[in-house]
Design a protein around this ligand. Structure first.
Ligand SMILES: [Fe+2]
Ligand SMILES: [Fe+2]
Length: 328
């Protein structure tokens, strides 16, 4: 009820005829009406106050609802983030587990490969000694020649700065340089006379024969190169392919120097042994023509340091020791 309606109602209230006689001294109807007006005003004020309070309360309630909703939303987001973080952590842990398993598998595979390589190496080395036995019987090449060539090759390779495993591989591969001579007829191989061109052509085949004999195993890769190329020349005038310079494998270029030096300084059925000085001079002369100049200078350096003489003496000492023990 609005204030005007209230006022109208108060004005129309009949306060005199129907009412019992007012005792003397009691308030007149006007006073009563006035009091009624005041009472109504107070009631209006209270009503308005109550309305204001209710509206304030509604506003506060609304605000709180908003805050609560916001809070719930944030809680939901946090729960979602937590779930995502957990999943991420689980994925990460799984990845780490997989990675660890993979690493273990790789380590196992590497270990197996190492064992397989070691076996291959042992088999290869056994193969080499069988081949050499056959070759030395056939060619009458002395084991000393092969041993000296191997030692020169290792010393040169080391001086050229090659890694230790390659130095070793060059060394044991070098002893098979003439393995193809197993196929060369004895009368040509053991001839003490000057060879005819045809005979020399037959001899030349020992390079490709040797390469073929060494098959296709990776273990003999360097040995195959040496067998085929150890008679090639730096200037391209060698055989069997006429390769020149870097076209010839480094191992073969090194073996070429070591093999020729040892052949010159050894006694053969058709010639006396040259002195080490004469042999070295011939090698130096061949630098840039028959031999790789860098390999020659490494060999000359070794010779100046006394390494070449030392190798010759050590091999001679081992040889006489073996001969002595076999004579007993
Ligand atoms: Fe040869
Ligand atoms: Fe040789």
């Amino acid at each position: 009820m609005n204030p005007d309606d209230t006022k109208k109602m108060v004005e129309t209230v009949d306060v005199s005829p129907a009412m019992p006689e007012a005792p003397s001294g009691a308030a007149s109807p006007d006073v009563f009406r006035q009091l009624l007006h005041q009472a109504v005003r107070v009631a209006d004020l209270s009503n308005a106050q109550a309305m204001r309070m209710a509206m304030d309360f509604a506003k506060v309630y609304e605000r709180e609802q908003g805050v609560r909703k916001e809070f719930e939303l944030q809680l939901r987001q946090m729960a979602l983030m937590e779930k995502q973080a957990t999943r991420y952590a689980e994925d990460l842990a799984q990845m780490l587990r997989t990675e660890r398993e993979r690493r273990h598998e790789l380590e196992r595979a590497l270990e197996q490969e190492r064992i397989a390589n070691e076996e291959l190496r042992r088999t290869g080395l056994q193969g080499i000694s069988h081949l050499l036995l056959a070759a030395t019987i056939k060619d009458r090449t002395t084991g000393d020649h092969l041993l000296r060539v191997r030692r020169y090759v290792e010393a040169i390779a080391e001086r050229l700065g090659l890694p230790a495993d390659l130095v070793e591989e060059f060394g044991y591969s070098s002893v098979m340089h003439d393995v193809g001579k197993i196929h060369t007829p004895d009368h040509i191989l053991q001839s003490e006379h000057h060879l005819s061109d045809d005979e020399f052509d037959v001899i030349k085949k020992h390079c490709t024969d040797g390469e073929k004999m060494l098959g296709d195993a990776r273990f003999f890769e360097i040995a195959r190169g040496i067998a085929r190329e150890h008679h090639e020349r730096w200037d391209g005038k060698g055989y069997p392919d006429g390769k020149k310079g870097d076209e010839i494998s480094l191992a073969a270029r090194i073996v070429s120097v070591a093999d020729v030096f040892d052949a010159l300084t050894s006694k053969r059925p058709y010639k006396d042994a040259w002195s080490a000085e004469a042999g070295l001079e011939a090698i130096e002369k061949g630098a840039g023509e028959r031999f790789d100049p860098e390999v020659v200078s490494a060999f000359v350096g070794l010779s100046r340091e006394g390494a070449v003489d030392r190798i010759r003496q050590e091999v001679a000492a081992t040889s006489s020791e073996q001969n002595g023990s076999s004579a007993k």
